[in-house]
Design a protein around this ligand. Structure first.
Ligand SMILES: C[S@@+](CC[C@H](N)C(=O)[O-])C[C@H]1O[C@@H](n2cnc3c(N)ncnc32)[C@H](O)[C@@H]1O
Length: 257
């Protein structure tokens, strides 16, 4: 851990830090190191101490207003990229974008003329997502679930790719220590945990999308139940459940003909 902090403070690669143990720190650098160590000691996640997290080979800035992007979400990005290469969507939309990690990774990976959009209910999260996406052509909107796009999607209902890693925890799951420093708004999905995802599905069902794909990240115990909900809401949809690296059912893929 120490070499990661020193690498940040000295602005040198970790390998340099390890090869030069004799390096002396200036008083300001010593103060910075102490401050970082104290934050880590209090349990603040490393990504919040460094103010960034690597996600799908992109350095994504993070702060206390956004969730730290997780490795399991990289699986969602991988699946969305490989589907997009086949289905060639015209509009790509990430709902609940947080730091912007998903949409930025999709935009960088896909050489396409498709339009890219992302939304979040949190203005503070959007501010950071926009900074992270600087120079990329992504249009950011503020609002709840599909609302910022409902008008647009009524007129552009063909070949849409939607990704959403919405909050999916139940109130008692918020007591988990490892997430204590992350925003409640990014974590709490309602009493059952899946309420926000279900609300999004109800909204999307009404939009009558065609030749479209939806990728949802869900909690390990939600995928099967959500598949049944999808069957009722969008009977023509084909749902596939994908596992994460730990073999939990974590990504729900919905294909609409
Ligand atoms: C689990 S975080 C995921 C952030 C990011 N997509 C990622 O994968 O790292 C969920 C995000 O959804 C946002 N959110 C919560 N409720 C929402 C709603 N009703 N509509 C849109 N976004 C919402 C939160 O502000 C948060 O940024």
């Amino acid at each position: 851990m120490q070499e990661i902090l020193l690498s940040e403070i000295l602005n040198k690669p970790k390998e340099y830090v390890l090869a030069h143990p004799e390096t002396k720190l200036s008083p300001a650098q010593k103060r910075k190191l102490k401050q970082m160590q104290e934050l880590l000691h209090k349990g603040v996640p490393l990504a919040y101490v460094l103010n960034y997290k690597w996600f799908f080979n992109n350095k994504i800035s993070v702060n206390k207003n956004v969730l730290i992007p997780r490795p399991e979400t990289e699986k969602l990005v991988e699946l969305a990229i490989s589907s997009a290469k086949q289905n060639k969507p015209q509009n790509i939309i990430d709902i609940g974008t947080g730091s912007g990690a998903i949409i930025i990774s999709l935009k960088r990976a896909l050489k396409t003329k498709a339009k890219f959009f992302a939304s979040d209910i949190s203005k503070k999260a959007l501010l950071l997502a926009k900074t992270n996406a600087k120079g990329l052509k992504i249009s950011f909107k503020q609002g709840s679930l599909s609302k910022p796009f409902s008008k647009y999607l009524k007129q552009h209902s063909n070949r849409v790719l939607i990704t959403a890693n919405l909050p999916y925890l139940k109130p008692k799951e918020l007591l988990e220590k490892s997430i204590a420093f992350e925003p409640r708004l990014a974590l709490l999905g309602g009493k059952k945990g899946s309420e926000k995802i279900e609300r999004l599905l109800k909204e999307l069902a009404k939009l009558n999308l065609k030749d479209s794909l939806i990728f949802l990240e869900v909690n390990y115990d939600q995928a099967k139940k959500l598949s049944e909900t999808i069957k009722k809401l969008i009977p023509k949809a084909k749902t596939t459940i994908h596992k994460d690296l730990a073999s939990w059912d974590r990504i729900v893929e919905i294909k609409i003909k």
